[in-house]
Design a protein around this ligand. Sequence first.
Ligand SMILES: [Zn+2]
Ligand SMILES: [Zn+2]
Length: 171
Amino acid sequence: MLKIDLTELKRQIGGEHAFSFSLPLSELVPDLPETLEWQALDAVEVNGVVTNTGDAMWVRGGIALKARTACPRCLKQYETEFVNEFDEQYRSAESRQAEEERCETYTGDELVLDELVRDMVLTARPVAPVCQPDCRGLCPVCGVDRNQKFCDCEQVSIDPRLARLQQFFQK
Ligand SMILES: [Zn+2]
Ligand SMILES: [Zn+2]
C-alpha cells in the first residue's frame, strides 16, 4: 500500500511532506484491464508532496513508468515513458466537511494513495505519442510502412469541402 504517515504533518499547518515510491505495476493494479494499450517495462515511480492546508491534506505530484505500446501511425511497437499528474485534496473522514462535500478522505493519521495512483496509471499518457516525430505511417491505399518503403499510390484524401473550394479556384 502507498501510505503516508500524517502524525507529524497534522501538527503543523502549512507544513509539507515530500514522498517518493517505486513499485511494480502488478502490485498496484493486480487486475489490469484488457483494453489497456501498453505493457509496463518497469516499476511505477510516484513522486509528490503533501501540504497541510489547515482543513485538508493537499496532495500533488506525478507518476511515471516505462512502457511499450503501438505507434498509432505505423502500428510498430515502441518504448516510451507514460506520465500523469495529480492534484487532490483529502479531508479527514471525521470532519464535517467530508460529510457534506463528496471529497477524498483519510482516516486517522494515515493517507492512503493506492486508489489515486491506480487511476493515474490507468489514464497515463505517453510522452512520445508516436514512434518517431516524423513517422510517415502506413499508406492508406496499399498499407506499406512508409518509413521503410516508398509506394506510388496516389494520395487522394482531400476533404470534400476543400475539393469544392478547389473547383472554385480552378474556374
Ligand atoms: Zn510510427
Ligand atoms: Zn501505397
